[in-house]
Write a protein that binds this ligand. Structure first.
Ligand SMILES: [Mn+2]
Length: 473
């Protein structure tokens, strides 16, 4: 059960938004371009629609002075979702307008003039207990009890943010609470099943090929190998007549065969740990009112779809889908997912082939002019998760149009636990006397650096790593 003070705070934000809607205010929703951010924005947008309120939505990659300047101001009530808690002072300085922040990131001090809703303020951990979409949902259901039908979107957001850290990849904390509400409402189901990409929509070999979480060496990204594996080892019918079957269609026995062969492969030729192999089975969240065979039926696939929409510049499409559009948008969404996959594979091949450079204490690549800035973090994360870069630091660079800066995404491979990347990056920014956005935590950090300062940034980061107790790795 959520702490009563948290419910009370959500209720206060809700009555504020209702009041402003009654005054016919124009709302400006601003949110983050990942799946959680898009889901959060759509939860608030749907709630505003139901209040007959006027609103605009802007989806951005980074909240900064620059990105704020680009948003029209006049007489708007700003509602930030899945962002803002880390920039309370910036928001208070730059916005004279009424401003609401609904976020789950660790809050900074200050921002007393703002209306700020964040589960951290009530002793919860926004890293695993609840997502940005979850926080938005807590407010939405206080706006109107009808908005309880939006709980599946809160689950989509949480899965998009990889908050499924419980047993068998289940959601915990407030997320589990919200899932239970969805189940009670008859709009969500929790089942133990194979967790692969596109279980509702893709031919089985493609589903396997596209599965990168966990990344299965030799199978992930390799269509031919997946087909061969299925035909030779698993031996289940892959087609029904002319049509390819999906994972969701497999019988219990067929699925059991697939699982046991997969696990054998992962532990054998795949060279994966038992933990990693086990993570192929887990809690699947099914949006039971969505049509079977569509990507919105499986909350994880829904999240990948939103992520692909955001990172290929189709944020409007992602929002439309979350707000109920189910016609032309589905084929467009499929295009977004394919484009995203193809780009990602191309980027990774390029980095692994020629892009990756080495320094004393880190690996780095410059994707400037080559890699879309919205995807550089994902590229670095995928590489960091591979065995090759175990306990290594990877820095990916790309040019951000939004910020007119170089974005650096820094990731730490598994096994490098005695470094805090967020702390190191903050120290480097201090030494460079930069006040551009930067931050992060132990395993992942990011920074915006003026064009031309990349070399200095890499040099100082390398130096800090050398002093930070992980030199020589
Ligand atoms: Mn989030």
């Amino acid at each position: 059960v959520p702490p009563p003070q948290l419910v009370k705070a959500a209720r206060d934000v809700a009555s504020y938004l209702r009041e402003k809607a009654r005054e016919n205010a124009l709302f400006q929703v601003v949110s983050h371009l990942d799946a959680d951010g898009i889901a959060a924005a759509s939860i608030i947008s749907t709630s505003l629609t139901r209040l007959n309120a006027r609103f605009h939505v802007r989806i951005i990659q980074q909240l900064s002075r620059k990105s704020l300047e680009r948003i029209p101001r006049r007489e708007r009530v700003f509602v930030f979702t899945d962002m803002g808690s880390g920039q309370l002072k910036l928001l208070e300085e730059s916005l004279q307008e009424d401003t609401v922040v609904i976020d789950h990131h660790p809050p900074e001090e200050g921002g007393g003039r703002l209306i700020h809703f964040n589960p951290h303020l009530f002793g919860l951990d926004g890293g695993v207990d609840v997502s940005g979409a979850g926080a938005a949902y807590l407010v939405a259901r206080e706006i109107d009890v009808k908005n309880r039908d939006l709980s599946p979107l809160a689950i989509v957001g949480a899965l998009g943010d990889r908050q499924d850290k419980g047993k068998q990849r289940s959601l915990t904390g407030l997320n589990a609470e919200i899932a239970r509400e969805g189940v009670e409402h008859g709009i969500l189901q929790e089942v133990k099943d194979l967790i692969v990409f596109g279980r509702e929509t893709r031919p089985i070999p493609v589903a396997l090929e596209y599965t990168t979480d966990p990344f299965i060496p030799g199978l992930s990204g390799n269509h031919g190998a997946c087909l061969k594996f299925l035909v030779e080892r698993v031996q289940i019918p892959l087609k029904a007549g002319d049509r390819w079957r999906t994972i969701a269609e497999l019988s219990r026995e067929e699925k059991a065969r697939l699982v046991s062969e997969l696990v054998k492969y992962m532990l054998g030729p795949g060279n994966m740990s038992a933990d990693e192999a086990q993570s192929i089975i887990g809690t699947v969240y099914v949006l039971s009112r969505e049509r079977e065979g569509t990507p919105m039926r499986d909350a994880r696939e829904y999240a990948s779809l939103l992520n692909a929409c955001g990172r290929t510049g189709r944020t409007g499409l992602g929002l439309a889908i979350c707000m109920g559009e189910r016609k032309r948008s589905l084929s467009e969404a499929a295009e977004a997912v394919d484009e995203y996959r193809v780009k990602l594979a191309d980027y990774i091949n390029w980095v692994e082939g020629e892009g990756m450079k080495k320094r004393k204490n880190l690996y780095w690549f410059s994707g400037v002019g080559r890699i879309d800035v919205r995807m550089v973090g994902t590229v670095a994360s995928i590489l960091a998760s591979s065995k090759k870069y175990q306990s290594k630091v990877i820095v990916g660079l790309a040019y951000s149009n939004e910020e007119d800066c170089i974005k650096a995404s820094i990731r730490l491979g598994k096994g490098g636990e005695n470094v805090d990347l967020g702390e190191l990056v903050r120290r480097v920014m201090e030494r460079m006397k930069l006040e551009t956005a930067a931050g992060g935590h132990e395993l992942a950090a990011g920074a915006y650096i003026p064009v031309g300062k990349e070399e200095e940034f890499l040099m100082l980061l390398d130096e800090e790593l050398g002093m930070g107790g992980c030199g020589g790795r």
